[in-house]
Design a protein around this ligand. Structure first.
Ligand code: AMP
Length: 459
């Protein structure tokens, strides 16, 4: 399918061309016609799938078509996002896709002074992108009026839930006109989100895409079994490789992120942390430095990383494995954006083995193990017979919960089926790859090993 087939007007088609998009992503194919038709929509998709354009393009077209009445610019579209980074990114996307429409976009979020935001609102805004807390603040102060809103988008609804924003979201919804178009996007569909969707969507179209399959297949993955106490040395060892140019490292905690940065800085590696305890200015500076290449390593926690859309991240390193397997997929989706392949490396200590199993079950593949590295755990699992490895690689995932903490994915089975169809092209190109492509992509074998020999698989 081409963008032209989606009945987008020439202003939007031009903008899409300027962005370099050649064809719509699956979520765009599925969502754009319904949103253009004014339908409510429940989208099961995460960042990295092209979902922003899936709602921004048709909403821009509808807004441009309905004009802005008497030269006034009341807010006609409201987008709620859980984090400042994501809000900024959505705002940038609306501006880029809407560059030929003359529509005005403003982004508001907490943690920074409100005056510039209030000034922007006074100048007139067609599309407001906001985090819920600051929005409620400004509504309370009479700076935001939503009585003319025609559309509401809730993006990353599950993250809003995680971050405790769900009540704020409900309060915002209450002040919006009942007659409106509502779109809700979520990577997972826990019960609270389903209930929220039932309460605020009217006869919604449901669309679901499976970026995990696509991302996972496009990303070269490897795991290092390592003692917890040696993770920092292993990280430094990997960073000795100059090919590891732009690296996003994930830690479980904010404290852990700070510690890693401190230790890397001592070793004269340009690293910065990004997490919720940092001020907005510090987060923006860290992101800008990372984007410009001044900072080589950005160390992030999951929530802070959700809005990060930086091109050319060569490596994602899971310093700590996440206890929710879906989070692994979100993380590795940060590398290899929009078709380019990236490398995801995971450090797995003894207490994280169960997480690795859950991840492999979810992604339906075994992650290649890098054997020949100098910090290998003395408790690394022994290599099974080759045939067992082969057999296990083809073992189907078990249905049902993957671990006690995991939340339900939106129609995971359906998602996987959909993913299999949508990513046929990727799957077939992947199947042409040599079986050991992950090993070849592992960045650095042990210093003692022959450079030409890939690290040996131990299972
Ligand atoms: P999103 O899921 O909206 O955060 O988008 C993820 C990335 O995909 C962003 O960098 C977009 O610029 C990019 N993108 C969105 N739509 C397309 C498309 N049709 N073709 C190529 N890249 C796209």
């Amino acid at each position: 399918m081409r963008f032209e087939d989606l009945k987008l007007n020439h202003n939007l088609l031009n903008a899409v061309r300027t962005e370099g998009y050649t064809q719509p992503t699956p979520i765009q194919e599925q969502a754009i016609p319904h949103v253009l038709a004014g339908k409510d929509l429940l989208g099961c998709a995460q960042t990295g799938t092209g979902k922003t354009a899936a709602f921004a393009l048709p909403l821009l077209q509808r807004l441009a078509a309905s004009g802005n009445g008497n030269g006034r610019r009341p807010i006609r579209t409201l987008v709620l996002a859980p984090t400042r980074e994501l809000a900024n990114q959505i705002g940038e996307s609306f501006r880029a896709y809407g560059r030929h429409t003359g529509l005005k976009v403003a982004v508001i979020y907490g943690g920074v002074g409100q005056n510039p935001q209030v000034q922007a609102l006074k100048r007139g805004v067609d599309i407001l992108v906001a985090t819920p807390g600051r929005l409620l603040d400004l509504i309370g102060q009479g700076h935001v009026h939503l009585e003319h809103a025609e559309a509401l988008v809730l993006d990353e609804a599950d993250r809003m839930l995680d971050m405790g924003f769900i009540h704020d979201v409900r309060r915002v919804v209450k002040v919006l006109p009942k007659q409106r178009q509502t779109l809700l996007f979520s990577a997972t569909m826990p019960r609270d989100i389903q209930e929220l969707a039932d309460a605020i969507l009217v006869d919604p179209v449901q669309v679901s895409v499976a970026p995990p399959t696509m991302t996972v297949e496009e990303t070269k993955q490897a795991v290092y079994f390592v003692e917890k106490s040696s993770k920092i040395e292993l990280l430094q060892h990997l960073l000795d490789d100059p090919a590891v140019t732009r690296v996003l490292v994930f830690t479980r905690t904010k404290h852990g992120a700070n510690r890693v940065v401190k230790q890397l800085s001592r070793a004269r590696v340009a690293a910065e942390p990004i997490h919720g305890n940092k001020s907005q200015t510090a987060r923006e500076r860290a992101l800008a430095n990372f984007k410009s290449g001044r900072t080589r390593v950005l160390v992030a926690t999951d929530i802070a990383a959700r809005g990060i859309d930086v091109e050319d991240i060569t490596h994602v390193i899971n310093y700590d494995l996440p206890n929710e397997p879906e989070t692994y997929v979100h993380r590795i989706g940060r590398t290899g954006r929009a078709g380019a392949s990236g490398i995801a490396l995971s450090f797995c200590s003894v207490d994280e083995r169960a997480y690795l199993k859950d991840i492999e079950r979810l992604i339906r593949q075994h992650v290649a193990v890098v054997d020949g590295h100098p910090y290998i755990s003395t408790q690394a699992p022994a290599a099974p017979a080759k045939s067992e490895g082969r057999r296990r690689q083809h073992t189907k995932p078990q249905n049902g919960k993957t671990n006690g903490n995991s939340r339900s994915s939106c129609n995971r089975n359906k998602q996987n089926r959909a993913g299999a169809q949508q990513t046929q092209g990727h799957a077939s190109s992947a199947s042409r790859q040599p079986a050991n492509r992950h090993q070849r992509s592992a960045p650095k074998p042990a210093p003692s090993s022959d450079e030409r020999r890939p690290p040996r698989l131990i299972r």
